[in-house]
Ligand binder design. Structure first.
Ligand code: UD1
Ligand code: UDP
Length: 381
C-alpha cells in the first residue's frame, strides 16, 4: 500500500479532488491511501466545507487554517505547515491541483524534502506574470516528477519550456514524466450532472435560457474600479435590453470589494429587477445554472471550461486564457473588461459563434488514468 498526501485549499481544488478521490475509492483502494491536507486558504462553509459532503470527498485529516493574508504571508504559512506534516506522515508522493498559493506551497515543501510532486493541471500558461497563478504554475511544474496536462496546448507549453514530453524512463524531479490525460473537471461534470436537474432553477426562480450566469473574482477585475464597474454596468444593461435575468453568485473577494468600496454599484446591483445576486453556489447548483443558462460571462478558469462542457457560449472577462482551444475554435470570446467587446458578445452569440464543441478535454475518465499512472510510478512498474 502506497500513501499520497493531497493538498487542497481553494474552492476549485476541493472540487477537483472529488474526481481523484472517487477514482481511488472505485478502482485503486487496495493500492493507494490518500491523506487530504487542507491549507484553509478558503474557509467559509460555502467556499470549502460544504463541498466535502456534497461531492463525497473524504474529510481532510489536517487543516492548517491559514485563511487570508498577503501573497507571501499566506504562502509562507502554508509552506511551514505542510513541511511539518510531510515530515510526520512520510508519504510516497504529494499531489497538488491547479495554480493557487496552496499549490505552490505544497510543491515547494515536498520537492525540498525529496518527496515526488504530482501536478494535476500541469502546463497551462497565460503568459502574464502579473497573475499570481502564472508564477504558481511555472514553479510547480518545474518542481514536479509527474505532470498531468489536460490539454495538448499544455503539453506544447511544457515542451517549449524544455520538458521532454515523450520521456518514459525512470521518473524524478530532474527527469519528469509528462502525460496528456484529459480534464478531471469534465469527469466531475459528467458524473454529477445527472444529479443536478432543477436544483438551482427552482431555488433561484430562473427560467431555462432566460438568464445568464456571471462569476468574477480575479484581482485584475475586482481590484480595479474602472474594470469592475465597466463589466457589471455593461452586463446589467444587457440584462435589461435582452429582457433576461443576470445571476451573480458572489465570490467573497468580490463581495468584500463591492460592499466596502463601491456602495453605489452595490446598491444598483441589489435594486435592479433584472439582477439576482446570490451567495457562492454549491457545485450542483452551479452545474444546474451553467447547463440551463443562455450564456456565461466569467473570469474563472473552471467556469469557462464548464460552459464549454455544456456547449454554452462564454464571454471571458479577461484579455487572455489558458484554455486557448475554446477561443481558437470560436466557442468562447475574450471580451476583457471592455464595454464594446462585451456588447458585441451578444451579437457574436446570436450570429457568429461556432456551435460545434470539439472533444478537447477527454472522455470523462481522466481520474482513472491519472491514478493508474501514479500507482505505476510508486510501485516502480
Ligand atoms: C484564489 C486563487 C485563485 C483561484 C480562486 C478560486 C491564489 C493566488 N488565488 O483566489 O487562483 O482562482 O482562489 O476561487 O491562490 N475570502 C473569504 N472567505 C473565504 C475565502 C476568501 O472571505 O473562504 C476573501 C478574503 O477577503 C480574501 C479574499 O477572499 O482576502 C481572497 O481570497 P484568496 O484565497 O486570497 O484568493 P482568491 O481570490 O479566492
Ligand atoms: N463554483 C461553484 N460555485 C460558485 C462558483 C463556482 O461551485 O458560486 C465552481 C465552478 O462550477 C467550478 C469551480 O467552482 O467547478 C471554479 O472555481 P473558481 O471559479 O472559484 O476558480 P478558478 O477555476 O478560476 O480557479
Amino acid at each position: 500500500m502506497k500513501k499520497i498526501i493531497t493538498i487542497v485549499g481553494a474552492r476549485p481544488q476541493i472540487i477537483k479532488a472529488a474526481a481523484i478521490s472517487r477514482a481511488i475509492r472505485n478502482s485503486f483502494s487496495s493500492d493507494l491511501e490518500e491523506v487530504i491536507l487542507h491549507t484553509g486558504q478558503h474557509y467559509d462553509e460555502k467556499m470549502s466545507g460544504d463541498f466535502f459532503s456534497e461531492l463525497e470527498i473524504p474529510k481532510p485529516l489536517y487543516n492548517l487554517q491559514v485563511r487570508s493574508s498577503l501573497q507571501g504571508g499566506q504562502t509562507g504559512k502554508m509552506l511551514e505547515g505542510i513541511e511539518e506534516i510531510l515530515l510526520k506522515e512520510k508519504p510516497d508522493a504529494l499531489l497538488v491541483y491547479g495554480d493557487t498559493n496552496s499549490t505552490i506551497a505544497g510543491a515547494l515543501a515536498a520537492v525540498k524534502l525529496h518527496v515526488p510532486v504530482i501536478h494535476i493541471e500541469a502546463g497551462l500558461r497565460s503568459y502574464k506574470k502579473f497573475m499570481p497563478e502564472e508564477i504558481n504554475r511555472i514553479v510547480t511544474d518545474h518542481s514536479s516528477t509527474l505532470l498531468f496536462s489536460p490539454t495538448q496546448a499544455g503539453i506544447d507549453n511544457l515542451s517549449n519550456e524544455g520538458f521532454d514530453v515523450n520521456y518514459r524512463g525512470e521518473f524524478s524531479a530532474d527527469k519528469p514524466g509528462v502525460f496528456h490525460c484529459g480534464d478531471i473537471m469534465l469527469d466531475n461534470s459528467l458524473y454529477f450532472s445527472s444529479k443536478t436537474d432543477g436544483v438551482a432553477l427552482e431555488k433561484f426562480d430562473l427560467e431555462k435560457n432566460k438568464y445568464f450566469l456571471v462569476t468574477i473574482h480575479r484581482p485584475q477585475n475586482t481590484d480595479n474600479t474602472e474594470r469592475l464597474a465597466s463589466i457589471l454596468n455593461t452586463l446589467m444593461s444587457i440584462a435589461d435590453e435582452e429582457d433576461c435575468m443576470m445571476v451573480l453568485p458572489l465570490h467573497p473577494r468580490t463581495n468584500k470589494v463591492l460592499t466596502e468600496h463601491y456602495p453605489e454599484l452595490w446598491s444598483d446591483l441589489l435594486e435592479s429587477p433584472s439582477v439576482r445576486v446570490i451567495p457562492p453556489a454549491s457545485y450542483l447548483e452551479m452545474m444546474d445554472m451553467e447547463r440551463n443558462a443562455w450564456f456565461i460571462a466569467t473570469d474563472s478558469g473552471g467556469v469557462q471550461k464548464e460552459a464549454y462542457f455544456f456547449n454554452k457560449p462564454s464571454l471571458i472577462l479577461r484579455s487572455e486564457t489558458e484554455w486557448v482551444e475554446i477561443c481558437n475554435d470560436n466557442n468562447a470570446l475574450l471580451v476583457d473588461a471592455d464595454p464594446d467587446k462585451i456588447y458585441n458578445g451578444v451579437n457574436w452569440m446570436k450570429n457568429e459563434m461556432n456551435t460545434t464543441f470539439a472533444p478537447y478535454f477527454g472522455d470523462g475518465k481522466a481520474g482513472e488514468f491519472i491514478v493508474g499512472k501514479i500507482i505505476e510510478f510508486l510501485k516502480g512498474v
